[in-house]
Design a protein around this ligand. Structure first.
Ligand SMILES: Cc1cc2nc3c(=O)[nH]c(=O)nc-3n(C[C@H](O)[C@H](O)[C@H](O)COP(=O)(O)O)c2cc1C
Length: 220
């Protein structure tokens, strides 16, 4: 059979989404400037926000929404340094512990990520994997299908965080290389009971010399 090649071109139709996708990059160099509470709210909404029809911004297997977000805030304008949980339904933050705990979270990384604690806030994304495995136990591979769904959903939420950060001129990086047990055992708690840690997302204003810097990545 002769090879049939269909050239798709590289330019495509310009759109705001395409530009965002083009500009999105991981940022590991943050400015000392504070993150605004509004900017943090936009990021959290992009990750897990409710929509008017009772769904959320991310697709979710059986619309079960097994994810949760803890916010380890260090330098957010109008928000005391502390650990908060995000109530996706009300769009509220609930304080669980005061104090700057970014360093403790950064130290759970598998490799030295000194830059993690320079970000304004660290978002700890967690999921109820056991419950998902039980719920989807009738789907093969028995007892393990649910966890795939949770991980996939974490990917959706993470990409939404990246894209919202890019649109707002913020930097973000997903870190999935960490010691689960250390993050799970952290005091104050950043991983709710029954949940497993899935990702840490560092967010903040990028430093001027960051690869992301808006001047360096001003679109296509
Ligand atoms: C599943 C996953 C795990 C990652 N874990 C880490 C990590 O532990 N530390 C880190 O610095 N970056 C991590 N990253 C970010 C990647 O290094 C980054 O996306 C990659 O270098 C491509 O660069 P870009 O995001 O700027 O396009 C992770 C990304 C993904 C998707």
């Amino acid at each position: 059979m002769t090879e049939h090649v269909v050239p798709l071109g590289t330019s495509g139709k310009q759109s705001p989404l395409r530009t965002l996708l083009w500009r999105r990059r991981s940022t590991r160099s943050f400015s000392a400037r504070s993150l605004s509470l509004d900017a943090l709210a936009s990021i959290l909404w992009a990750a897990q926000g409710h929509t008017a029809d009772g769904h959320r911004v991310c697709p979710s297997a059986h619309a079960r929404y097994p994810l949760a977000l803890s916010i380890v805030a260090g330098d957010v304008d109008g928000l005391a340094a502390g650990v908060y949980t995000y109530d996706a339904e009300s769009g509220h933050l609930r304080l669980t512990a005061l104090g700057d705990h970014r360093d403790a979270v950064a130290q759970t990384a598998l490799v030295d990520h000194e830059w993690l604690k320079q970000s304004a806030a660290l978002l700890v994304l967690t999921g109820d994997i056991d419950s998902a495995n039980r719920h989807f136990a009738d789907q093969p591979p028995a007892g393990r299908r649910g966890q795939r769904y949770v991980w996939l959903e974490a990917g959706h939420a993470s990409q939404n965080i990246y894209l919202q950060a890019t649109e707002t001129g913020l930097g973000a990086t997903l870190v999935a290389g960490f010691h689960d047990d250390r993050l799970q055992d952290l005091d104050p708690t950043v991983v709710p009971a029954e949940h497993e840690p899935l990702a840490i997302l560092a967010v903040g204003l990028p430093s001027e010399d960051s690869a992301w810097s808006p001047r360096k990545r001003s679109g296509q």
